[in-house]
Write a protein of this length. Structure first.
Lengths: 375, 352
């Protein structure tokens, strides 16, 4: 299969892994954060830890949009959908994320009209097909998905569709990286930069990471060879004492980003003064709201929003895991009270959540007596 | 679902604690298993039902027959490559086949929604008749119920089948040994992805057909060539190959190690799975089966399958190892490996 198999070639992977081992040596320990949840998923799915030397430690970052959403926002969205004739539309990722009284799927089982959509424009299509109902799209995601939400609202306005709104939870990646770097308990050597977010924002917004924080950052693709090559690039920078932004994912990510996508976002959104992130707390200018020009599509303005704030269960350490301070299995609830079937935190739900990835792909492997006989 | 016969016991603990039934309880993965083992089995089969196979063996006056049942609630009713009527026949015939039995007779129950157009029903009944004829099984009896409009989704079909045991094969997860080979009859995921796309909710198009078919001729060929070496068989429907193999791993306490590059998956299915963030090992099949065969019979088994009509893509996809006990592990050519768990809930497409 094109664009997949080329990046999973065993010989090239072995060669690149060999290069990593050579560069990493044995003397020094490297801590690299993969910011994006897609990378976290890929690391587990492709078993990259089996390939990497032990002194390269990958720390999972906060780039899983479902995971960083505080439970109160889910409760708010579901509260709106309790209104008569409202259809709650969201991406598949959201469906199992627990609110205080259950996930969207559980609400669906109790009779709420909950639909899975693959893109915001599918939600708009639902609105066209159901003129007697109101379709509320529960929007999540970083800059990766925000442009398509923006374009959908622009289209809704152009078509004069009135039974459609967006409950906007879009967040932005740069403030999250800044929050990680400001966190006193983090000691990171380098960043594997998010791939899909960067298709929109480009590579420039990371320059301060290299310049001010002196941390190398390589924007990376999601196939095994992409990620291994990015690690090679980071190791080379570290050994040369350099810190710069590099783009490994050139086949997808333009250095300057996607101007049309950024324009669509600028047309529809404005920065919120602050927004609550699970585990990271309130971060200023870290999220998007719908601007006044498009307020007719803003579910937060059209409906009464309870503004629910829920603290995470005390024992759950989602925040520490999100910041990379704890590994998933170091949380007290991991695999006991919190499992993919009965998740307490969203990190256990999303395919990009580090706990879910670790639980499904890794944790029993870690407990095994010996892996050497298997590979 | 089936289990050895034993009288219901009044004091069996009910371990099923979920407050309400969710869609996941019917998706064939972990939640389904919890419902069966935690509520149905203790109340209906008595204590500890043991490994649950695809069909039960029932002894009547010295003759053992296999019996099983399956309900079909697929949406849409017809899809590229098949329809609910055909599935309803093949599904039950296949459950019997992988239990080492040849389906002899089926009984069928229709639950119909008032307002269902007769031509739709007729087309499905014709599809059933044809599938039954192709599989060489008689439809012996039936029942019909009609519910109010809106209380069911067009039509549901339940088929119950009774089968004659094939000589020379015993299916028992506990007979699986370290070193046994894991065989797969052909490419996985065709059915599940076809249905997902046929629902039209994803706006994706692909040239793909459901794999629904009767697998008995393949099983017959396999038994003829390697009967004494066959330890276990299963048709990996809902929950996919990963769920079937996880159940086996748990039942026999051994590790199922799969070689990713050996698992046949069509490019269209792989592509759809990559896009949607799904694992082909979790996707439903309706015309494939898994078999565990002792190593000395593995070559004969594969040769027989490959020569049989519709078996040319059969593959050895892995082997049974001592470790990781009770677990399914997928290894890649480049030395990575990952655990593949049972499906949790329904497969849901992801965004980014």
């Amino acid at each position: 299969m094109r664009f997949v198999d080329e990046f999973r070639q065993p010989e090239l992977i072995s060669k690149t892994a060999e290069e990593i081992r050579r560069l990493a040596g044995t003397k020094r320990h490297y801590r690299m954060m993969e910011v994006c949840g897609g990378h976290t998923h890929a690391i587990y799915r492709f078993g990259l830890k089996d390939i990497l030397p032990e002194n390269i430690e990958l720390i999972h970052g906060p780039g899983c949009p479902v995971c960083v959403l505080p439970m109160g926002r889910i409760d708010d969205g579901l509260a709106i959908a309790q209104e008569p004739n409202v259809i709650f539309a969201a991406f598949g990722d959201m469906m199992r994320v627990p609110g205080t009284r259950g996930s969207p799927l559980e609400h669906k089982a109790r009779g709420m009209d909950v639909r899975i959509v693959y893109s915001p424009s599918d939600a708009l299509k639902l609105a066209r097909l159901n003129p007697g109902k109101h379709v509320m799209f529960f929007a999540i995601g970083f800059e990766t998905t925000a442009p398509s939400t923006a374009l959908t609202m622009m289209r809704a306005r152009a078509e004069g569709i009135r039974n459609f709104s967006v409950f906007c939870n879009h967040v932005t990646i740069i403030p999250a990286i800044r929050a990680i770097l400001d966190s006193p308990d983090m000691r990171l050597d380098a960043f594997i930069g998010p791939g899909h977010v960067s298709t929109v924002i480009g590579c420039r917004p990371y320059e301060w990471v290299a310049r001010n924080e002196r941390k190398p950052i390589v924007v990376s693709g999601f196939e095994p060879l992409d990620m291994l090559q990015s690690i090679v690039m980071l190791l080379r920078q570290l050994q040369a004492g350099e810190a710069k932004v590099e783009n490994q994912y050139k086949r997808v990510v333009p250095w300057e980003g996607n101007r049309a996508a950024l324009q669509a976002m600028a047309e529809v959104f404005q920065l919120r003064p602050y927004f609550e992130w699970r585990g990271l707390g309130f971060i200023s200018q870290s999220a998007l709201r719908i601007n006044d020009k498009y307020s007719e599509f803003d579910a937060e303005q059209r409906f009464e929003v309870p503004g629910i704030r829920v603290t995470d269960p005390k024992a759950a350490q989602c925040g520490e895991v999100l910041k990379g301070v704890l590994k998933p299995h170091q949380c007290k609830l991991f695999g006991r009270e919190c499992t993919p079937e009965h998740p307490i935190g969203a990190l256990m739900v999303s395919t990009e959540g580090s706990c879910a990835a670790y639980h499904s792909y890794e944790h029993r492997k870690a407990a095994m007596v010996s892996l050497s006989s298997i590979a | 679902m089936s289990a050895p016969a034993s009288p219901p016991a009044a004091s069996v603990p009910i371990r099923f604690r979920d407050p309400q039934i969710e869609m996941a309880h019917g998706a064939g993965g972990k939640a389904s298993r919890k419902l069966v083992e935690g509520l149905f089995a203790p109340l209906l089969f008595g204590a500890a039902p043991g490994p649950l196979g695809d069909a039960a063996h029932v002894n009547i006056n010295g003759t053992t027959v296999a019996i099983t049942t399956d309900s079909f609630v697929v949406k849409p009713l017809s899809f590229p490559g098949g329809s609910i009527g055909e599935l309803a026949v093949n599904g039950t015939v296949n459950d019997l086949a992988v239990s080492g039995a040849k389906a002899e007779a089926l009984v069928v129950t229709f639950v119909l929604e008032a307002g269902l157009p007769t031509p739709v029903l007729e087309a499905e009944v014709r599809a059933m008749a044809k599938a039954a004829q192709d599989a060489g099984v008689r439809i012996a009896a039936g029942d019909t119920k009609v519910v109010e409009h809106g209380k069911a989704d067009q039509m549901y079909v339940t088929t119950t089948g009774i089968g004659r045991l094939i000589h020379g094969v015993t299916i028992d997860p506990c007979s699986v040994r370290v070193g046994d080979k894991i065989l797969l009859s052909g490419p996985i995921g065709d059915h599940g992805i076809t249905i997902l796309l046929a629902r039209g909710e994803l706006d994706l198009e692909a040239d793909l057909r459901s794999d629904t078919r009767c697998v008995f001729p393949l099983i017959e060929a396999l038994v003829k060539a390697a009967g004494p070496g066959i330890r276990w068989m299963r048709d990996p429907t809902r929950g996919g190959a990963a769920t079937s193999l996880n159940e086996l791993a748990r039942d026999c306490g051994l590790g199922m190690v799969l070689f990713e590059d050996q698992i046949p998956v069509r490019d269209t299915v792989r592509g759809a799975c990559e896009l949607l963030g799904l694992d082909p090992l979790h996707i439903a099949n309706e015309g494939q089966f898994l078999a565990v065969v002792s190593p000395e019979y593995a070559d004969a088994a594969i040769n027989a399958l490959c020569l049989a009509p519709g078996g040319s893509e059969a593959q050895v996809i892995g082997e049974v190892r001592e470790q990781p006990a009770g677990t399914v592990l997928v290894t890649t050519l480049y030395g990575g490996s990952r655990i593949v768990d049972m499906l949790v809930g329904d497969p849901l497409p992801r965004i980014c």
